[in-house]
Design a protein around this ligand. Structure first.
Ligand SMILES: NC(=O)c1ccc[n+]([C@@H]2O[C@H](COP(=O)([O-])OP(=O)(O)OC[C@H]3O[C@@H](n4cnc5c(N)ncnc54)[C@H](O)[C@@H]3O)[C@@H](O)[C@H]2O)c1
Length: 526
């Protein structure tokens, strides 16, 4: 109410050459009476039905439009679904003080008429708080500061809509909430509007986290990002998995505490999965939780670690042993940063991408088979599709099973064996992704031996891995690997759990496979 929705909506429509529709006005015209008369004579249910009809009609309209929605429209799940599928939801907001002042000038709003200034302000605050969950459904927010600034507001919306072109999908964890993933080239230097659109500005104190290697390789992009966040400070972890520790995370906490970072802080992880996980856990726990945004700089972190909300540090007793489930506010995958990524790290990300094909989507697997050249050339369109589909699959799996009670476990395909390889090689011979690719070969062989898939499917998986340039062999001591797998945290009490394929595009959880079969399955990479 009084956020300037109609005025701004009309001006925006004019500026963009679109038609403008106010759903309340359409309802009034159709019913031939005012909204309060519809409520009084026909009841709220009748009004909501009319509103649903109008919204689904408008959504079916092919021509681009700017639509003003009535206050309760987003409260209806059907409306929200239809609007999300066909449009972008912009929340225009203003402080309670400004709203109160605007409303006070006219005094025509029935809900707020005949109140003193203090009473009106107090009531607005209560209403905004009540409606916050509905308004939080918006894709982004723009502040309507004062009447004179309309042109500025429109410029901001247009800028944000341009950034929104790189919006690829939303992740909807089963615990609730949602966050957007953006994929594009050179989008990092445009993120000031995103920070504002997520209502993280100007009252938030930002901090960029990265590692020492990325800080050198991507110094220009980092400079851009810091500029977008108000020239905020930067914290650099030492690069590498062995630095993913509580001790190092504590250094980040000290840095933040000494600089007076409060609960209004927001972390921006410009990093691969190591710093992403570590600072993500930092965000989950600093002063009981602050927002964070992932700017993944490795292919692996774009398609895997940035999506799904698992954040953690390692412990001498095991990888990722101290952690939490904590979702970012957004993930920004800027293809431009992959330019400096070493080829073996690129390959590590590809392993997880191939994994998605094997565990979930044969069509995607075929796409990879048909785009080997594009994948090797780091072609933009191929990259965009691979990242998009991988995030979509992970988001889908995580959306159904956020905390790994069932379905999420399929994401561990190749990991039980891969972790054993990583452990036996002290984590410094293979990157995680390469170890997983070897693990996938062993898992497929175990599945063949158990009669779950035919040899043709195993060969098809391995042929794709070969074509992409993954290593084929590593000599494993089966007995030591057996022990290493026992302490894998994916092992359920005393049981060894394997994710094995039933065909390309589907896997199954299998518990306690015969030790002999597992020992022989390692032959796949001997
Ligand atoms: N949270 C999850 O769901 C999840 C899923 C998978 C993996 N992970 C975790 O992710 C981590 C692995 O992530 P990763 O593979 O991104 O490793 P990483 O973060 O260590 O990055 C790999 C290396 O590449 C460098 N680098 C990163 N981006 C670069 C760039 N653009 N240019 C040049 N160099 C760059 C880094 O400095 C590092 O040396 C592991 O700790 C793993 O446990 C987490």
């Amino acid at each position: 109410m009084a956020s300037g929705k109609s005025r701004t909506g009309r001006a925006l429509a004019e500026r963009l050459g679109r038609s403008y529709i106010d759903t309340d006005a359409v309802i009034v015209e159709r019913a031939g009476k005012s909204i309060s008369d519809i409520f009084a004579q026909d009841g709220e249910a009748a009004f909501r039905q009319m509103e649903r009809d109008v919204i689904s009609e408008i959504a079916g309209n092919e021509t681009p439009q700017i639509v003003s929605l009535g206050g309760g429209a987003l409260n209806q799940p059907e409306n929200l679904k239809v609007i999300r599928e066909t449009g972008t939801i912009i929340r225009l907001w203003a402080s309670p003080e400004i709203l109160s002042e605007r409303i006070g000038r006219k005094n025509t709003r029935p809900l707020l008429a005949n109140l003193s200034d203090e009473e009106r302000l107090a009531k607005i605050k209560v209403m905004l708080k009540e409606r916050e969950p509905i308004y939080a459904q918006a894709d982004f927010s723009v502040e309507s500061t004062n009447d004179a600034n309309e042109a500025h507001v429109i410029e901001r919306i247009i800028h944000m809509l341009q950034f929104w072109n790189s919006h690829a999908l939303d992740v909807c964890p089963s615990s609730g909430g949602r966050y957007p993933i953006f994929i594009g080239r050179n989008i990092t230097p445009e993120t000031a509007c995103l920070l504002e659109g997520l209502r993280l500005s100007p009252n938030h104190e930002f901090l960029v986290c990265t590692d020492t290697t990325i800080a050198k390789a991507q110094s220009e992009m980092l400079h851009e990002l810091r500029g977008q966040a108000g020239r905020c400070p930067i914290f650099k972890f030492q690069a590498g998995e062995r630095n993913k520790t509580l001790h190092n995370l504590n250094q980040l906490f000290s840095f933040m505490l000494h600089r007076g970072y409060t609960r209004k802080s927001c972390l921006l992880q410009f990093s691969g999965g190591v710093v992403g996980d570590m600072a993500g856990f930092g965000a989950a726990t600093y002063q009981r939780g602050i927002p964070f945004i992932q700017f993944p700089t490795t292919l692996l972190s774009m398609v895997d670690s940035s999506v799904g909300g698992k954040v953690a540090v390692n412990h001498p007793e095991g990888k990722n042993m101290i952690g939490a489930f904590y979702q970012p506010k957004a993930v920004v995958c800027d293809l431009a940063v992959l330019r400096t990524l070493p080829e073996n790290e690129y390959l590590a990300g590809l392993a997880e991408i191939v994994k998605y094909g094997v565990i979930y989507d044969e069509e995607f697997f075929s796409y990879l088979e048909q785009h080997i050249d594009g994948i090797k050339r780091h072609d933009d369109e191929t990259l965009r599709h691979m990242i998009f589909r991988s995030c979509q699959i992970k988001a889908e799996v995580v959306g159904i099973d956020e905390k790994e009670s069932g379905l999420r476990a399929i994401l561990n395909y190749g990991h039980t064996f891969g972790h054993a390889i990583e452990k036996l090689t002290n984590y410094d011979m293979f990157s995680h992704g390469i170890a997983v690719s070897l693990g996938m070969r062993v898992a497929a062989r175990a599945a063949v031996m158990l009669g779950m898939i035919d040899e043709a499917a195993e060969k098809r998986q391995n042929a794709l891995l070969d074509a992409l340039g993954f290593p084929k062999t590593f000599n494993v001591d089966a007995e030591k690997a057996w022990e290493a797998m026992a302490v894998d945290k994916k092992a359920e009490k005393g049981a060894r759990v394997y994710i094995l394929p039933t065909r390309i595009g589907e896997v199954k959880k299998v518990v306690n496979v015969d030790k002999e079969i597992i020992a022989k399955a390692w032959d796949a990479i001997r």
